[in-house]
Design a protein around this ligand. Structure first.
Ligand SMILES: Cc1ncc(COP(=O)(O)O)c(C=O)c1O
Length: 394
């Protein structure tokens, strides 16, 4: 528990799976870069140059990678396009892409565009219950005509954690490249992308890594692909030692750093630098243990006091990410009513209330309080009076 490292918003914050709170270290790092900008102007680049690369050892810990296999850059969407431009090479009969019907929309938009470009299909594995996926069904989709599989590590609605190692093994045994969107697991639980042999992955740093709205994302490329040329190259992916020689031919950096494109947003990178300081002081296994204890508590409290709400998040630890999803036909109104009571939850269409008790800063008492306020709201029924109001987009 490192709540002391954050400037928490007032009330009870249960939406860290959407946007983490402000780390004090980010505030300091951004203030430092602002000062350097004011005092040194362009000379500030002497210190700023290579900042993303200097963050790689800590970023690598988040996903169980070697430092050269990761880089903080871009957004999930841009990074996914960069990976597809580099690694999606349909050839002969092996040409289609497999993803899931429960993927976050931006991933599907990107995958669809690349499949269409090559006249291939984007095949979506359906959920049997509308909330979760079976690894058996995902594996069954990895047929001889599939070139690439793209799955979430943790599903953004239900919070189900997929078996990354098992899916990677099966994909490789069948000659399929496999990548993951780790938006809902980076910073919430440990990964071992290098050892499990995941081909590539993307994630964001604005959720469980707390690096601020629109923070630069994360990109992983397994070292066995270091020979692959980035499909969307830019000068920031040039070898840092001679980038400013301004040669007409690109000499790419080694590893994931080559997948950078243009000048990074330094203020945002500084906020990430601060946020990563927090992860330098904690053990991800301990973070995961506390996260599971908190979601266990939330599920137990919901079972005991909120029978009207259906817990759609898997109960097994091995299949659960960092948040708990509760289904209720009035989830939208309940979210609004919680906000009025000083609790920030998260709502996902059509009927999902997502609650994220985050290991680094949420207390057990806060979890109990949220359940007790929900009980009170359901008993009074007055939340229905909020009909007609919009839910903030978070
Ligand atoms: C699973 C997942 N993928 C992608 C995104 C968004 O991508 P980007 O960072 O490009 O906006 C989100 C945002 O919440 C997400 O939850």
């Amino acid at each position: 528990m490192r709540r002391d490292l954050f400037r928490m918003p007032t009330g009870i914050y249960m939406d860290g799976n959407s946007l983490g709170p402000l780390p004090l270290a980010s505030e300091r790092a951004v203030a430092r870069v602002m000062r350097e900008w004011q005092q040194e102007a362009v000379a500030g680049w002497d210190g700023w140059f290579g900042l993303a690369e200097r963050l790689s050892p800590t970023v690598a810990k988040l996903v169980g990678a070697r430092p050269e296999e990761v880089i903080a850059t871009g957004s999930i969407t841009a990074n996914l396009h960069a990976l597809l431009a580099s690694f999606y090479r349909p050839s002969g009969a092996r040409r289609h892409i497999v993803a899931t019907a429960l993927d976050f929309p931006t991933d599907l938009y990107a995958l669809q565009a690349w499949a269409e470009r090559y006249g291939a299909e984007l095949r979506l594995v359906e959920s049997r219950d509308g909330h979760t996926l079976l690894e058996d069904d995902l594996e069954a989709a990895l047929t001889d005509d599939v070139a690439l599989a793209w799955f979430p590590t943790v599903l953004y609605r239900s919070g189900q954690l997929l078996d990354v190692a098992r899916l990677s093994r099966t994909a490789h045994a069948r000659g399929v490249l496999i990548g993951f969107d780790a938006a809902h697991s980076a910073g919430a639980l440990p990964h071992a992308f290098h050892d499990t042999g995941v081909d590539f992955a993307v994630w964001c740093h604005y959720k469980y890594v707390n690096a601020g709205p629109g923070a630069p994302g994360g990109l992983f490329v397994h070292e066995r692909h270091f020979d692959a040329a980035p499909g969307l190259p830019g000068w920031w992916g040039n070898d840092k030692s001679n980038q400013f020689e301004m040669r007409p031919h690109y000499r790419r950096a080694r590893g994931a750093a080559a997948f950078q494109q243009g000048t990074p947003p330094l203020l945002a990178l500084a906020a990430l630098e601060g946020a990563l300081e927090v992860f330098g002081t904690v053990d991800l296994e301990a973070v995961r243990a506390r996260s599971l204890a908190l979601t266990d508590l939330l599920i137990a409290e919901a079972d005991a006091h909120l029978p009207e709400l259906h817990v759609v998040t898997p109960r097994e630890h091995a299949r659960r990410g960092g948040h708990v999803a509760l289904a209720h036909p009035d989830a939208r109104l309940l979210s609004l009513a919680l906000r009025e009571r000083g609790i920030v939850p998260d709502f996902r269409e059509p009927d999902i209330l997502r609650l994220a008790p985050v290991a680094l800063y949420t207390t057990e008492d806060e979890v109990r309080e949220v359940v007790s306020v929900l009980r009170d709201l359901l008993d009074r029924g007055s939340y229905r009076d909020l009909e007609g109001r919009q839910v903030d987009v978070t």
